[in-house]
Design a protein around this ligand. Structure first.
Ligand SMILES: CC(C)(COP(=O)(O)OP(=O)(O)OC[C@H]1O[C@@H](n2cnc3c(N)ncnc32)[C@H](O)[C@@H]1OP(=O)(O)O)[C@@H](O)C(=O)NCCC(=O)NCCSC(=O)/C=C/CCCCCCCCCCCCC(=O)O
Length: 725
C-alpha cells in the first residue's frame, strides 16, 4: 500500500509509504485520498496525523511522472484542498524531508510538527518548475512575501529550527515527530480551524509591494541569467497578493504550463537524474557500483594545506571523519592551521544556528609535520601543487609509512595517475580525486581510475565523495581527465576568434548570454594565464624549445595561436597581476574592464599576420566554441574516459558553470540535433583542416548514421559502438 492508516486512540495516523523518498506519485495520491476519506468518515477519529514511512515525510511530486499522463490523475492541489477543508484537525509530522509537493501537502495541513534534524523547502525551481500545488500561494500567506520568495527562488532546504523561526513549522522536537504530532493533534481536537486554513487568508500588500516584486524580477534575471523558473515563481507569488486564493492557483497552473513549453524543466530534470545516475558507476571490466563493497573510511589524512588541501580537510571534518593534516614546514603548517580552523568555525556557527551541537557533527583536525603520524589512517589525500615529481616523492614516503591497505588518493586536475601509482607497492589502492576549488563548497568530484586501481578502491572513493556531499563522477585516466580536457578545443576556438576579428568581451558576452557563468577569457583571467603557459612551455609549444623557423601560428602542422603566450611574456597573467585579457582595478581585482591595449595588440597582430578582420556573428561564436566542447565530449566517450553523456553533463553543470537549464553540453547537442552539430563541424573542418579538434568525432557521425537516438539511449549505443571501434 502506498499509504497506510492506523489509529492511536482518537487520532488516525496516515503514513505515506513509497520508497525510497515517499514521492507523491499517482498511487500515493490515490491511497492518501482513500485513507483520508475513510478517516474523516470514521466517527471514532477526531484528528488526523499525516506522516511518512522510513523517517522521510516526502520529497514531493514524483518527478518521473511529469512527462506522463499520470500527473493529471488527482492533482496534488486538489488533494491538498480536500485535506485543508477537513473539519477534523490535520497535523503533518515531518521527519527527514518535506520538500516540494511534500511541503505543499504539509502546508495544507492545519499544523506542522518537525524533528530537529529535518529540512523543509520548495526546491522546484532547481528542476525548472514552480511549486504549483499551492506552494506559491500558501507560503506567502503563512510567512509573508519577502520570506516566501527567499525560500522559493533559491529552492533551499530550510533546517527545521529556521523553519520554526520563519513560522513554517509550529513545533520542533528532538525526538519522534509522529508521537509529538499525535499529542498536538489531541490538544487541538474541537478547536476552531478557520485561521489554520491558509488558503482562506489574504496576503497583505503595502505601497512598496509592486516595486519590491519588480526589483526581485530584475535581480533574478541578472542572477539566474536565462533561467525561466525563478521569474515564474515571482510572478506566481505576485498573484497571491491581495487576491483570492483561486486567482493565484490559476496563475500557478498557467505559469507551470508555459514553463513546461520552454523545455527548461525537461533539461533540469535530466540534470537531476543524471546526478543520481553517475553514482551508479560501471567499470570496463564489468565491475559495478552495486556489486562492489566499499571499505569504511574512519580516519583520513590530507597532505598539503594550500587552497585545495584546506578545503578538502574541512570537507572531511564536516563529514565527521577525523583528519590528520600534514604540511612540510612549521610556517606553512601554522598558516594552513589558521585557515582550516577559520573554515571550521564558520561551519560550527552554521550548525549552531540549526540547533545542532557542532561537536557531534564536525570531526577534529590534527595538524602535524610528521609523516609517521599517518601510519594508521584508512585513506590519504595528497593535495600538494601540480608537479608529478613532487607527488611521486610523497607517494614513495607514503608507501613506507602507511598501513599496507591504506587508500592513497592524489588530488590533481590532470596529471597521470598511473605514473604516480607506479612508485607505490599497491597501485591498486591508488586513485585520483580531482576536487574543485573551493573544495569545501564545490559539489563536483572527478574520481579518476588508473589502469590498476581496484574496484574496491573505486567504490571507496565514490562512497567517500557521497559522504562528503559531493556529486562524484568516475572517469578514466587521460591528460586533464574530462572537464579540463574539453576546455582545450573550446579555448582554442575562443583564441582563433580573436585572431579573426573578435575581442575578448565579444566572445565572453555571447557565451555568458547563453548562460555560461563566465566566458572563456574571464575564466582564463581568473584561473591565471600562466598555468596554461607553463604547460605549453613544458610541451615545447612556446619558449626556447620551439625550433627555429617554426611559423608563429603553426605547431606540428596544425593551427596554433600564440596570443596567450604573448600576454604571458609581458607578465599579464590575469586577475592576479591586474591585467590579462582584461584590465582590473588592481592586482587581485575582480571587475574586468575591456582593455584598449588588448585591442591595439590584436590590430597589430592581425596586420603582422595579414589576417583580414572578420568579426564573427554571435551565432558563429556560440557554435564554434560550444560545438568544440561537444565534439571533444564525443571523443571522451569514444576513448572510454567517460561512460555516458550524463557523466560529461554532470561535470560541466557542477564544475564549469554550464547553465543547468540547458541540461549539459551533450544534452544541449541532443536538443540542437546531432545532424546540425555534425554539419557545422564538417563545414568548419573543411575550411580549417589544420584544426584537428574540430574534425567530427567518429561517434557523433555514427549516432547520426543510426538515426540520432534520444540521449537516454546513447549510453547503450556508445557501449556498442565503442566496442566495435
Ligand atoms: C533530499 C532527497 C529527497 C534525498 O536525497 P538522497 O538521500 O541523497 O537520495 P537521492 O539519491 O537524491 O534520491 C534517492 C532516490 O530517490 C529518487 N528521487 C528523489 N526525489 C524524487 C522525486 N521527487 N521524484 C522521483 N524520484 C525521486 C532519486 O532519483 C533516487 O532514485 P534513483 O537512484 O535515481 O533511482 C533528494 O532526492 C532530493 O532533493 N529530491 C528532490 C526533491 C525535489 O526536488 N522535490 C520537488 C519535486 S517537484 C514537486 O514536488 C512539484 C510539486 C508541484 C507539482 C505540481 C504539478 C502541477 C501540474 C499542473 C498543471 C498540469 C499541466 C500539464 C502540462 C502539460 O502537459 O502541458
Amino acid at each position: 500500500m502506498a499509504a497506510t492508516r492506523s489509529l492511536s486512540h482518537t487520532v488516525a495516523v496516515i503514513t505515506i509509504n513509497y520508497p525510497p523518498v515517499n514521492a507523491l506519485s499517482s498511487p500515493v495520491r490515490h491511497a492518501l485520498i482513500k485513507e483520508f476519506g475513510e478517516a474523516t468518515k470514521d466517527p471514532s477519529v477526531k484528528a488526523i496525523v499525516l506522516a511518512g514511512a522510513n523517517g522521510k515525510f516526502s520529497a514531493g511530486a514524483d518527478i518521473r511522472e511529469f512527462s506522463t499522463s499520470a500527473l493529471k490523475t488527482i492533482s496534488l492541489e486538489d488533494m491538498n484542498e480536500t485535506i485543508e477543508a477537513s473539519r477534523k484537525p490535520v497535523v503533518a509530522a515531518i521527519e527527514g524531508v518535506a520538500l516540494g509537493g511534500g511541503l505543499e501537502l504539509a502546508l495544507a495541513c492545519h499544523y506542522r510538527v518537525a524533528n530537529v534534524q529535518s529540512r523543509v523547502g520548495l526546491p522546484e525551481v532547481l528542476i525548472g518548475i514552480l511549486p504549483a500545488a499551492g506552494g506559491t500561494q500558501r507560503l506567502p500567506r503563512l510567512i509573508g512575501v519577502p520570506a516566501a520568495l527567499d525560500v522559493i527562488i533559491r529552492g533551499r532546504h530550510v533546517p527545521a529550527t529556521e523553519a520554526l523561526q520563519l513560522g513554517i513549522i509550529d513545533e520542533v522536537v528532538q525526538g519522534n515527530a509522529v508521537n509529538a504530532a499525535i499529542l498536538l493533534a489531541r490538544k487541538v481536537i474541537g478547536s476552531n480551524l478557520d485561521k489554520r486554513r491558509l488558503s482562506t487568508n489574504y496576503v497583505p500588500s503595502n505601497p512598496n509591494m509592486e516595486s519590491f516584486l519588480d526589483t526581485a524580477v530584475e535581480k533574478a534575471k541578472k542572477q539566474f541569467r536565462g533561467a525561466q523558473a525563478p521569474i515564474a515563481c515571482i510572478e506566481a507569488v505576485r498573484a497571491s497578493v491581495q487576491k483570492p486564493y483561486k486567482h493565484g492557483i490559476e496563475k500557478e497552473r498557467q505559469l507551470f504550463t508555459s514553463l513546461w513549453a520552454t523545455g527548461q524543466p525537461q533539461a533540469q530534470q535530466y540534470a537531476f537524474f543524471s546526478e543520481r545516475n553517475v553514482a551508479k558507476w560501471t567499470h570496463p571490466s564489468g565491475g559495478r557500483w552495486d556489486t562492489v563493497t566499499p571499505k569504511p573510511v574512519r580516519t583520513a589524512a590530507v597532505i598539503g594545506l594550500g587552497t585545495m588541501g584546506r578545503g578538502i580537510a574541512t570537507s572531511l571534518a564536516k563529514a565527521n571523519i577525523p583528519v590528520i593534516a600534514l604540511e612540510q614546514d612549521a610556517q606553512q603548517l601554522e598558516i594552513g592551521k589558521k585557515a582550516v580552523n577559520g573554515l571550521l568555525e564558520r561551519e560550527a556557527e552554521k550548525l549552531l544556528k540549526q540547533g545542532l551541537a557542532p561537536g557531534t557533527v564536525l570531526a577534529p583536525v590534527h595538524f602535524t609535520l610528521h609523516f609517521a603520524e599517518l601510519r594508521d589512517v584508512d585513506l590519504v589525500i595528497e593535495a600538494v601543487y601540480e608537479n608529478t615529481e613532487l607527488k611521486k616523492e610523497i607517494f614513495r614516503k607514503l608507501k613506507s609509512v602507511c598501513k599496507p591497505d591504506a587508500f592513497l588518493c592524489t588530488n590533481t586536475s590532470g596529471l597521470n595517475i598511473d605514473e604516480i601509482a607506479a612508485v607505490t607497492n599497491h597501485p591498486d589502492l591508488v586513485i585520483g580525486t580531482h576536487f574543485f576549488s573551493p573544495a569545501n563548497i564545490m559539489r563536483l568530484l572527478e574520481v579518476v581510475r588508473g589502469q590498476q586501481t581496484s574496484l574496491t578502491t573505486i567504490a571507496t572513493a565514490m562512497t567517500l565523495g557521497k559522504t562528503l556531499g559531493k556529486v562524484s563522477v568516475l572517469v578514466g585516466n587521460c591528460p586533464l581527465f574530462v572537464g579540463n580536457r574539453l576546455l582545450g578545443p573550446y579555448v582554442d576556438q575562443a583564441n582563433y576568434l580573436l585572431e579573426e576579428g573578435c575581442y575578448p568581451e565579444d566572445v565572453d558576452k555571447v557565451l555568458e548570454d547563453f548562460g555560461i557563468t563566465m566566458g572563456p577569457f574571464r575564466m582564463m583571467d581568473l584561473a591565471g594565464l600562466d598555468v596554461g603557459w607553463r604547460a605549453r612551455t613544458e610541451k615545447g609549444l612556446t619558449g626556447n624549445k620551439v625550433l627555429h623557423g617554426t611559423p608563429a601560428r603553426q605547431r606540428l602542422g596544425n593551427r596554433y595561436s600564440p596570443l596567450p603566450d604573448m600576454l604571458c611574456e609581458l607578465g599579464r597573467f590575469g586577475q592576479k597581476t591586474g591585467k590579462g585579457w582584461y584590465l582590473y582595478d588592481k592586482p587581485g581585482g575582480r571587475i574586468a574592464h575591456p582593455d584598449p591595449w588588448v585591442k591595439d595588440v590584436l590590430h597589430k597582430y592581425r596586420n603582422t599576420h595579414h589576417i583580414k578582420q572578420r568579426p564573427a556573428s554571435p551565432e558563429v561564436i556560440l557554435e564554434r566554441c560550444v560545438y568544440a566542447l561537444i565534439n571533444e565530449g564525443f571523443r571522451v566517450l569514444e576513448d572510454g574516459i567517460a561512460s555516458g553523456p550524463e557523466d560529461i553533463d554532470v561535470i560541466y553543470n557542477n564544475g564549469y558553470g554550464w547553465p543547468k537549464y540547458r541540461g549539459g553540453i551533450m544534452y544541449y547537442a541532443s536538443t540542437v540535433g546531432l545532424g546540425k552539430v555534425l554539419d557545422v563541424l564538417e563545414k568548419y573542418h573543411k575550411e580549417h583542416p589544420d584544426v584537428p579538434s574540430m574534425k567530427p568525432a567518429f561517434l557523433l557521425k555514427k549516432l547520426v548514421a543510426v538515426g540520432e537516438p534520444p540521449i537516454k539511449e546513447w549510453r547503450t549505443q556508445v557501449g556498442n559502438l565503442v566496442h566495435k571501434l
